[in-house]
Write a protein that binds this ligand. Structure first.
Ligand code: THU
Length: 134
């Protein structure tokens, strides 16, 4: 099966498991690592709202727990009225384990709707150069 399609199916499946009783907005994310493994995550909300976590954060945690370090592609899916793009914090989380050319697919109920690079969504990621002192 096509890699994009596999990412979509995995993200759709995990999206169903999301715990989003407050926003009612379920999100699924799937990562293909450079080693060729797939990892998934969904959003997990909390009654104390800021404690909730995004789908992308869950997928990244699964990737790290699985012994992988590099994202080659990531797909995020929701069924909202508008497309879901990774939030600012998640873009930075993705940047930690990706490159500017890493592909990010944005999907909804109908399928994959957009294809972006990380650099398009986060052109000024904070990186090692930023951390350099004078
Ligand atoms: N959410 C994600 O899981 N990923 C995103 O990229 C955007 C937002 C979640 C967080 C919260 O549980 C719900 O969507 C509404 O913000």
């Amino acid at each position: 099966m096509d890699i994009k399609q596999k990412l979509y199916e995995k993200a759709l499946e995990i999206r169903e498991k999301a715990y989003a009783p407050y926003s009612k907005y379920k999100v699924g994310a799937a990562i293909l690592s450079e080693k060729g493994e797939y990892y998934v995550g969904c959003n997990v909300e909390n009654i104390s709202y800021p404690c909730g976590t995004c789908a992308e954060a869950g997928a990244i945690a699964a990737m790290i727990a699985g012994g992988d370090r590099k994202i080659s592609a990531l797909l995020v899916v929701s069924f909202g009225k508008n497309l879901v793009y990774p939030c600012g914090a998640c873009l930075q989380r993705i940047a930690e384990f990706a490159t500017p050319s890493t592909v990010i697919y944005v999907a909804d109920k109908k399928g994959i709707r957009e294809t972006h690079t990380l650099a398009e969504l986060l052109p000024y990621a904070f990186n090692e150069e930023g951390l350099e002192n004078e």
